[in-house]
Design a binder for this molecule. Structure first.
Ligand code: HEC
Length: 180
């Protein structure tokens, strides 16, 4: 092989290497995807972060019993918390169903039993009553507590918010259940 031919081969190899590197560079520029720093959507009251699954599972285990907190709960504060619910629920006696069922007299009533409301099959088939503790679990994380519910609400994660709003729900009755 003369040196001219050797140079030609060397040049060809070099060009090939440069082309391959070049294509790689361009490709990674073109197809580089920035990972978003934050999730694209955020639901009020719910923190979306890595490992959230396991954390909430732990939280669920230690969900505070609400009944002892009700003795010192405030109906007025609960009325205020209920502003988050009012778009979907009426509270008056014989109030109308809205996006959600009317809530007058809901405490200790059978789940999914308000006349004229079309419940999800989840609520329809649950079979229990809305005791204070059932309300506590549901209102903490509705869609987790009763998978398949169509109540599109993230939940009230503060014990005091749930205690107050449950005390308020309990007051929506001709004969409210005793709180202590
Ligand atoms: C975006 C609308 C929406 C909001 C906000 C909402 N709910 Fe609901 N709620 C619903 C719907 C819809 C259902 C029926 C769920 C089903 O059938 O699965 C429901 C069901 C319920 C039930 C069960 C009633 C029954 O008759 O079995 C209770 C109790 C309740 N909601 C309380 C609340 C409270 C308290 C809040 C606020 C902290 C709230 N909801 C916020 C839509 C909503």
């Amino acid at each position: 092989m003369d040196s001219f031919e050797f140079n030609k081969i060397a040049a060809a190899v070099l060009v090939t290497i440069l082309v391959v590197i070049g294509i790689n560079e361009i490709a990674s520029e073109l197809f580089h995807v920035e990972k978003p720093k934050q999730s694209a959507y955020k639901i009020e009251g719910v923190e979306v972060k890595a490992g959230a699954q396991t954390e909430t599972a732990k939280e669920e285990e230690k969900l505070t019993l609400i009944t002892p907190l009700l003795a010192s709960a405030s109906i007025d504060a609960g009325k205020n918390v209920f502003k988050k619910c009012a778009a979907c629920h009426s509270v008056d006696k014989a109030g109308p169903n809205k996006i959600g069922p009317a809530l007058w007299g809901v405490v200790n009533k059978k789940v999914g039993s308000h006349e004229g409301f079309k419940y999800s099959s989840t609520l329809q088939g649950y079979g229990k009553n809305w005791t204070f503790e059932e309300l506590n679990g549901f209102l903490n994380q509705p869609m987790k507590y009763l998978k398949g519910t169509k109540m599109g609400f993230a939940g009230l994660r503060k014990d005091s918010d749930r205690a107050n709003v449950i005390a308020y729900l309990n007051s929506l009755s001709d004969s409210p259940a005793p709180l202590k």
